[in-house]
Design a protein around this ligand. Sequence first.
Ligand SMILES: Nc1nc2c(ncn2[C@@H]2O[C@H](COP(=O)(O)OP(=O)(O)OP(=O)(O)O)[C@@H](O)[C@H]2O)c(=O)[nH]1
Length: 834
Amino acid sequence: MEFGSKYVYMKTADEDEEIEIDDGAMQKLSLDLKSKNEDEQVCLLDILDTAGQAEFSALREQYMRESQAFVIVYAINNKNSFQEALDIHTLALRMQQVSSVPAILCGNKSDLDSERQVPTDEAEKEATARGMAFLETSAKTGANIQEAFETLIKRTPRYGSEYKIAVLGSGGVGKSSVIIRFTQDMFVSDYDPTIEDSFRKTINVKGIPKDMLSPKPKEPPAMKKRKSAGFFKNPFGSLKGRGAVSHGAAAAPPPPPPPSRPSAPSRRGPKKIQKTKKTDGNIILVSLGTLENDPQIMTGDAVKCSNCPAILSHVSEVGSGESTKRPWKCEFCDHQNEVDMTDEEIPKESQVDFLVDAAPEASSDSEFTMATDKPQSQAEVVLYCIDVSSSMGAQTALPQLQAEWYALRQSNITSVSRLDCIKQAVQRQLDFHEIETPEKKAGLVPFGSIIKFLFERTSQVDFRSVANNVDELLKLGQEYARTETLKPLSENAETLKGQVKNLGLAGCTALGPALTLAVGFLSKLPGSEIVLCTDGLPNEGVGSLPRDPGFYDKIGEIAKNQQTTISVIGIQTGQEYEIETVSKAAAITGGNINLLNPHELSAKMREITQDVVVATNVEVTALLHPYLCFVSVKADVNNKSVAKCTLGNVHKNTELTFRFQRKAEFKDVEVPSLPFQIQVHYTTKDGRRLLRVLTEKRETTVDRDQMETNLNIPVVGATAMKESAALAQRGDLVGAKMYLKQNQMMSRNCVLKASFNEEASSAYLNYEQQAVEMYDEMDDEDLPEMNRQANMAKYQKEKGLVKMTAAGAGKKGIIKARSKPMSSLHQAKYYSYE
Ligand SMILES: Nc1nc2c(ncn2[C@@H]2O[C@H](COP(=O)(O)OP(=O)(O)OP(=O)(O)O)[C@@H](O)[C@H]2O)c(=O)[nH]1
């Protein structure tokens, strides 16, 4: 549990001041970061860790165009990676259409000198000839890591304190390791290929040459276009056109990058002034991904107050007395309880777990007996529902860079079909699961005008007569679950991969029926997942668009109730309405929604599997002291101090935020501190039902200054963006913009009052950067309002924002710190992909 401010701000809704905000473009508030030493500059590095594997290289084009400076990495014990590093440099120059670019070539893994394949002098000579700086580094020992980034900064023209840097190089050379060593001073020895990650770090650099400090006053193209850390993964960003789509035609050259928009609004009328109440730091943020961690289970049951929902915790004061009748005055409602517990049974930590139900024994007489001997456990099944309708045959031209890259490697691929991309992506996923989680069961549900279940064997589903009836389709799915066999990947991965390979195009798009059948099939397998891959033009049976948009809410609810997650991988077609409608089902179940260029499919598939379900059937109760009430969450009708929400499946990155304020009727009561409690009921992967109780006590204040100076900017920022996105999605774009601005102002005050505390300012700049981008999207008059609203989905769901906005180094790397090493088998397979 994290709070928006160190202090609970004790003002009621009516009491606090109003401010006036205009709806003009959101400006970056110039916060000039100054170092105490004159010859030193504060530099805020926004570092992008890119994918090394060719599989993910479609995104490189964007990095290369939009970054200001590059760290190009090879491994000294890998000759090929050196050659590739040089090729990457060549492409970077070509993409930026310049003859030189700020870059440093890093020969990483210098600690492995005995395996050296690239002589130092050869590499240095090449780097010098190409105008790059050069250093040999070791992420393992830390040698030259800091120096590498400082050297790069000294060669990069300074336009404000922010530097956008991309780290490029082949797979496995140590790009992520170099960044993690630099930002967090640690070394991660396991290998897990990166898709894309962002990190931030502020450093002071001495001795930046004068010509870099006052470069020509032209804005580098890079600075405007590249999204900041954390928002580069932009599922809906493609609405604005990324990559070119052509139907069956030969490769078309990609469109030129969109010109950067002037920041001043051009067509808008005079600025509107809005009066609004000041916002505050009364926020609680709960990261539910931690449910994955091993629970520290208390002996005995949770002890409840007999008057309110509170549970006895480490902040409770339990009097001494006979062991069976010890007094406990509830810190929430003041009720005098008598409890029967020993000192050992009183929680000592702010977070404790209680066992509610042991894992059910596997029984053989369950209604659905799967054809394996093992009992079906949680999160063990993933169904890929794959659209094979004729529109999936449309060809997409490869992005320019990727085409050049292939050309460089003597392959003349210039375009691929949507279905080809999906096939490749699913095959990779099967490979991945086969090695990493061989016990997992996977099945394919291709759909066009016919629907098949491709599990151990192939069955064509006879759904025609019930194509327009959700209940009948669900039933049919359930029937198939009784008869169809899903075998673990260790036994049938090869068969499945063969089936994927042979998928062919087939007529119309019975998307709704296929999805319903899949949901029906999984009805007795809580924690399972459906990955729906489609270009989103459903035109047969339930869910046909535009006839039946309500279907997607309905099927989403059904899936959520049975604890099935639906994720959507939508292909960019220009028909965004359809895909957004289909995606509602995913939003309801807490699944991922991605709309993307076909080239990014495998990356997305991988991302989905990395964002695993950590707990199912999750129910959260948040409890405030009766002096306080929740704002804008569904609080208990009779008791505004209790909020409940049912979340279903929870992923590693699921976060909940609550806002609260003082109740008007307790305006004059003085109280030095107040308790807060979050109770989470959840089912673990091994089937146990647990209750996690988080309790904290916080000091109060009525002094706005004290509350503001002690803000937790990452928490405030993350909440502001989420809530603002929610407002925009509900159609209140103006309210959303005001809200964002207001929080920006409050956070800025914090930084100013905290007298330029480095951590706070760096956290602020990070938040501001993201908020300005989000604001610009809401303000984008080139986009229809509906699309602007829809764009906000990504902000609402944006993962790891808090980690990203954390002061100083982005903490994402730590989250990424791989819990499980990738097997050497997987690595070998991974490297062998063409
Ligand atoms: N000995 C040694 N091993 C390193 C060093 N840097 C990275 N490694 C190891 O090399 C492997 C790959 O490192 P990563 O940082 O994941 O490589 P990457 O370039 O980000 O790889 P992709 O994500 O595929 O692009 C890991 O097992 C690291 O522990 C180093 O300086 N010395």
